[in-house]
Design a protein around this ligand. Structure first.
Ligand code: SF4
Length: 616
């Protein structure tokens, strides 16, 4: 696909290259002076000496067309480039930072868009006087808002993708994320916008020159030539034909070239057909079941997350000790991923950490509340002391960068290693996570790797800076069963290699939990409903929801699989009393009277069910 796209680039590339080469080489060509008049020979038809004839002042039309190309292309290119730089900057900043930055950048662009284009151009020409420099300023001012809006929309779409969140989780700075991650991904769309702008600028330059507001006569320009030919079109119609052909030919060639460029430089075009981007495709301590208080690596108390007035995660408390793997289990919508994202300060902008403390013990033994750290301090921890592996490896790697470079970036974000040293380390890490032929895989783009290989690459990036806490958000969900087993074995190997590595493993799959977890927190409708050591909890659940989850997987030991009836309730419409009551086969009248507390039922175990003794 890519090879074909690049072949298709050839012809428009040659045409546009020829136009630009001729425009640049015009002073070297043996052409008559484009302003030299020969009134006696005015309106002469094409001849051997003047292949395109002579205009109303007897000037050589071919010479004026070629010199005009130089003027028109120069003005249009500079104006489009200036508009692209200014608009892209406004769009990127507004789309990434949102809030006040968005207000300033995008509203500024929209104010300019309120002016009719010609009126704005007239205003600039009136203020600055006609001429090529004025045209460049006017056109750049006209087209920059278009770039800003397109870039803003694309940045909004790209910043929600997993690989941007993954970069943030690795601790990359905003400027690097914008320049290395977001910009390359919005570039194909901007390239198309550039082609449209260049073509539109060529047309508008000609239009303004035609109206006498652009290039000043006798300097040649296509617009001036059309203007001059208008009065003599009955006697010499070819004078109108040549500049019109030149203008439309250049516009068409530019549009075709930029379409092909977009297709050719999309490294995963072969995977997604015409699409260029993988759009899919982030107080008082509550009761805890932590019986024996080990020294905590991570201690979460009373975490609540809100969307407006709706509480999505309610009063979650959990502990992770060094070297321990805590699995957080639940169906979609249970709040497990939000809990994980909150630890890294990566909650979507629309959500708010309403309450809770997130105490993390760093390498120096200092206990820090992640909920109170500012963005710069969090960034130092992300990818350094705390790393994250996301669910979908295809969406979590930037499709436009080689895998090795992305891991090297993660290393360099937290150290002073040179690019080549970081690349060597990236290759060693890929080897460590069991990727065969690591050197070659490091040079591959993400789409050239299988799902399992991509997940290994992501894990390599996550462990690059030897984190103390690794958060894995459903890292095996997008993989087939064989690869899932390999990835779980890799996590087990990581723990063996680094005995003090704490892992928070988010999953909906209790079979996976049995493989990897030391302790388990089961979440339902935004709160923890059961907690305990993995083995005890799996063999003797003390909450109907846990029991139902176990019964729904073959590894649960149930004689037949049983789906849990109903769905997780919406956070805005929770039932009164126990949130699980509508789906619970043990539910009784007392269950709906009041929300049951998380009760400590044994050392290290807790259940949010008033009938926990009856659960079998
Ligand atoms: S409190 Fe009642 S409804 Fe809730 S899980 Fe226990 S038995 Fe079921």
């Amino acid at each position: 696909m890519i090879a074909r796209a690049r072949r298709e680039l050839l012809i428009p590339g040659i045409v546009v290259g020829a136009i630009i080469a001729i425009a640049l080489a015009v002073p070297l060509l043996p052409l008559p002076d484009p302003t030299g008049m020969d009134v006696a020979a005015r309106l002469s038809p094409p001849s051997a000496l003047h292949p395109l004839g002579q205009d109303e002042y007897g000037r050589d039309v071919l010479s004026r067309i070629l010199w005009g190309a130089r003027t028109s292309l120069f003005v249009a290119s500079l104006a489009a480039a200036a508009a692209a730089v200014a608009g892209t900057l406004l769009g990127l900043l507004g789309g990434y930072f949102r809030g006040l930055v968005e207000l300033i950048t995008l509203r500024f662009a929209e104010i300019i868009l309120c002016f009719p284009p010609l009126l704005l151009a007239l205003l600039v020409v009136t203020l600055m006087g006609p001429g090529a420099a004025t045209l460049i300023v006017a056109l750049a001012l006209l087209y920059a808002p278009g770039f800003a809006r397109v870039c803003f929309a694309e940045t909004l779409a790209v910043r929600e993708l997993d690989f941007v969140t993954a970069q943030e989780a690795l601790g990359a700075r905003a400027n690097r994320i914008l320049g290395r991650t977001i910009l390359p991904n919005v570039a194909p769309t901007l390239l198309v916008q550039f082609s449209l702008t260049l073509a539109a600028a060529l047309v508008l330059e000609s239009g303004l020159s035609f109206l006498g507001l652009g290039v000043v006569p006798p300097a040649p320009s296509w617009g001036l030539m059309i203007r001059g030919a208008r009065s003599t079109m009955e006697q010499a119609p070819w004078l109108l034909l040549w500049p019109c052909l030149a203008l439309s030919g250049a516009v068409i060639a530019l549009n075709v070239l930029c379409d092909r460029l977009r297709d050719a430089f999309d490294p995963h075009a072969g995977h997604v057909g015409t699409g260029w981007l993988w759009k899919r495709v982030p107080a008082q301590p509550a009761a805890t079941a932590q019986g024996t208080e080990k020294p905590s690596l991570m201690r979460v108390d009373g975490l609540s997350i809100e969307y407006g007035a709706v509480r999505l995660v309610r009063d979650v408390s959990l502990r992770i000790a060094p070297g321990e793997t805590l699995a957080v289990v639940g169906e979609s919508g249970s709040g497990k991923t939000l809990t994980a994202l909150a630890l890294l300060g990566l909650l979507p902008a629309s959500l708010r950490l309403a309450a809770g403390t997130l105490l993390f013990t760093d390498r120096n033994g200092q206990v820090r509340d992640l909920a109170r750290l500012d963005e710069a301090e969090l960034r130092k921890l992300r990818g350094g002391e705390i790393a994250m592996v996301f669910q979908d490896p295809a969406a979590s790697l930037n499709p436009l960068h080689r895998v090795g470079n992305q891991i090297a970036e993660a290393i360099r974000a937290h150290g002073a290693l040179s690019r080549s040293a970081a690349t060597k380390r990236a290759i060693a890490l890929l080897r460590d996570v069991g990727l065969p032929d690591a050197q070659r895989r490091a040079r591959a783009f993400p789409h050239e790797l299988s799902g399992g290989q991509r997940q290994r690459a992501l894990i390599a990036a996550a462990i690059a800076n030897e984190p103390r806490l690794l958060i894995a958000d459903e890292p095996t969900t997008a993989l087939d069963v064989t690869i899932q087993a390999q990835i779980l074995a890799l996590f087990a190997a990581l723990k063996t290699r680094s005995e003090r590595l704490g892992i928070l493993f988010v999953t909906h799959n209790l079979a996976v939990v049995a493989e990897i977890a030391d302790r388990v927190c089961v979440m339902y409708a935004g709160e923890i409903v059961e907690e305990g050591p993995a083995r005890e909890l799996l063999y003797q659940p003390r909450h109907p929801y846990t029991a139902a989850l176990i019964a729904s997987v073959p590894e649960g030991g149930a004689r037949r699989l049983a789906a849990i009836p109903g769905v997780v309730p919406l956070p805005s419409a929770l039932p009164s009393g126990c949130a699980f009551a509508p789906r619970c086969r043990y539910a009784g009248l007392q269950c709906t009277a009041a929300a049951p507390p998380l009760e400590i039922i044994a050392a290290g175990r807790a259940s949010r069910c008033i009938k926990w003794r009856e659960i079998s």
